[in-house]
Design a protein around this ligand. Structure first.
Ligand code: NAD
Length: 251
């Protein structure tokens, strides 16, 4: 389990859920990992659990000054990442809605984190990677950005579709710099993000019923594809979208 030996990987939203599982797996694969999250306690506790191979970074991806300062600190400390998983995101359950009922403020708060925050993570990752000879950037997409899955979540679905488009554009723009950019699409995955669904048996059964493989996703389900894209095995993959979603986007 040393497929990422010698790599330094930054994972945003690594304080919980999918990001945490991916960061812990990367560390098990031999990488140094930067646990980047706006929740300082969560970042510190995940980093402490991993040990010397981890470094917490408190960063709000929707705030460019915060992202820029985090990268400056990492570069100065000799922890400039050659793998970045731009994973942090929000879903404003109870507020996000069908378009005619959606408040502009909810739209903006969702886009600010999910799309603008992912753009800012990409922007400063590319700057750091160009200076160090290349790298791999992995974005976290969603079935809601691909089909009609998110009809009650207009802002969230649009933010994820934006991420899918961003990945393709940035991949094309920086391939010649040795920077690869890909998107991973998880299924409905039982983390704190979606507790509104997982705590309600009827909603849960409805969404699991739309997953052909017949179960909800867990954060561990996307670890393998993330390792592939971060490692030399994925060196010819760029601009692509990898669904590891139990078949959810085939329906
Ligand atoms: N859970 C699902 O069903 C599912 C499905 C498809 C895609 N996704 C995507 O996967 C990613 C991770 O989701 P999750 O389910 O693990 O969520 P989660 O809520 O369990 O974890 C998200 C983490 O991101 C952090 N975060 C939120 N806003 C931030 C910001 N502005 N700056 C820095 N950190 C911030 C949170 O503090 C938290 O630690 C998200 O992009 C989400 O949209 C999730």
């Amino acid at each position: 389990m040393t497929r990422l030996l010698g790599k330094t990987a930054l994972v945003t939203g690594a304080g919980a859920g999918i990001g945490r599982a991916v960061a812990e797996r990367f560390a098990r694969e031999g990488a140094r990992v930067i646990i980047a999250d706006r929740d300082a306690d969560a970042a510190a506790s995940v980093a402490a659990k991993i040990g010397d191979a981890a470094r917490p970074a408190v960063v709000d991806i929707s705030d460019e000054a915060s992202v820029e300062a985090a990268y400056a600190d990492l570069v100065a400390a000799g922890w400039s990442p050659d793998v970045v998983v731009a994973n942090a995101g929000v879903q404003l359950f109870g507020q996000d809605a069908k378009a005619a009922d959606l408040d502009l403020d909810v739209w903006r708060r969702t886009i600010d984190v999910n799309l603008t925050g992912t753009f800012l993570t990409v922007k400063h990752s590319v700057r750091a990677m160009r200076a160090s000879g290349g790298g791999s950037i992995i974005l976290t997409g969603s079935p809601t950005g691909l089909n009609g899955e998110g009809q009650d979540f207009t802002a969230y679905s649009a933010s994820k579709a934006g991420i899918h488009g961003l990945a393709r554009t940035v991949a094309a723009a920086y391939a010649s710099d040795g920077i690869r950019v890909n998107t991973v699409v998880p299924a409905y995955t039982e983390t704190g993000l979606v507790s509104t669904i997982s705590d309600d048996p009827e909603s849960r059964a409805a969404i699991v019923g739309r997953i052909p493989l017949g179960r909800a996703g867990s954060p561990a389900d996307v670890e393998g594809i993330m390792v592939f894209l971060a490692s030399a095995d994925g060196e010819f993959a760029t601009g692509a979208l990898f669904a590891v979603d139990g078949g959810m986007t085939t329906l």
